[in-house]
Ligand binder design. Structure first.
Ligand code: IPE
Ligand code: IPE
Ligand code: MG
Length: 241
């Protein structure tokens, strides 16, 4: 099977999962962490090299303060509880998103996770936290503009590659496959620049129900896609038509 090198997931539906059971949204987010563990394990087993998980968007600050605090708390809980095991499994952890507005305790945990696992090469786990695609592009633009203002680069030399390497995802290949759970079919400001040629698979299951079988379903669907990148299908090239 044609396995995608980089899978990115919009983990959606924790709230609905809980509401359907008459439970609080917090319970849904907690169950969501268990699904994260299963997704990381499955990615490694299925031969995926990069797994990006959308954990908190730059727009999620619009949620009630209690829920925002819950989500921050869960990230800390996940890193504290799972970092040693991730490291044992040779997972490299990377964080994308704007760090400037995060509290110092979260920031130092994120840095600790990145520093500890920097040399690992089994799977790269990229956690998108306080991440927004427009924000990523905006910060890259600011970086390049500042370099130009200092005379370090010529504005005319700015290329797609120099923009890509000024973004949080510098050095990470673009996602081949983007999965979104919960039945919603939108990108919600996820990797909008990097998703230019990604395949999308929308699953009906809610994030806490995501498991290895759902992951395999998505990979199977990806395997049936024909990626053309603006060219023509290989079959047509071979026929010379
Ligand atoms: C996804 O679940 C988790 C985050 C966005 C952090 P939601 O909390 O968005 O769940 P729904 O969409 O309300 O069901
Ligand atoms: C996207 O889900 C963000 C994450 C999964 C972290 P949302 O639930 O925030 O997206 P919208 O608001 O439904 O578009
Ligand atoms: Mg949602």
């Amino acid at each position: 099977m044609n396995t995608p090198q980089h899978v990115a997931i919009i983990m959606d539906g924790n709230g609905r999962w809980a509401e359907r059971r008459g439970q609080t949204r917090t319970t849904g987010h907690r169950k969501g962490v268990e699904a994260v563990r299963e997704a990381v394990r499955s990615a490694g087993e299925l031969g995926v090299k990069y797994l990006t998980l959308f954990a908190f968007s730059s727009e999620n600050w619009r949620r009630p303060e209690d829920e925002v605090n819950d989500l921050m708390g869960l990230l800390k809980f996940f890193i504290r509880r799972d970092l040693a095991e991730l490291h044992r499994e040779k997972v490299r952890v990377r964080i994308i998103g704007d760090r400037r507005t995060l509290k110092p305790d979260i920031l130092s945990l994120l840095t600790e996770a990145e520093d500890l696992t920097r040399a690992n090469d089994a799977l790269e786990l990229i956690i998108a936290f306080n991440y927004g695609g427009r924000d990523d592009i905006t910060r890259a633009a600011r970086l390049l503009a500042a370099k130009a203002a200092r005379g370090e680069i010529d504005p005319g030399s700015i290329s797609e590659d120099s923009i890509s390497s000024s973004m949080d995802t510098a050095g990470i290949p673009d996602p081949d496959l983007i999965i979104r759970t919960s039945g919603e079919q939108r990108i919600s400001n996820f990797l909008i620049w990097q998703a230019a040629y990604s395949e999308f698979v929308f699953l009906e299951c809610l994030w806490p129900d995501f498991n290895r079988a759902a992951f395999e379903d998505a990979l199977r669907e990806y395997g049936n896609r024909n990626r053309r990148f603006g060219s023509v299908a290989e079959r047509d090239l071979a026929l010379g038509s």
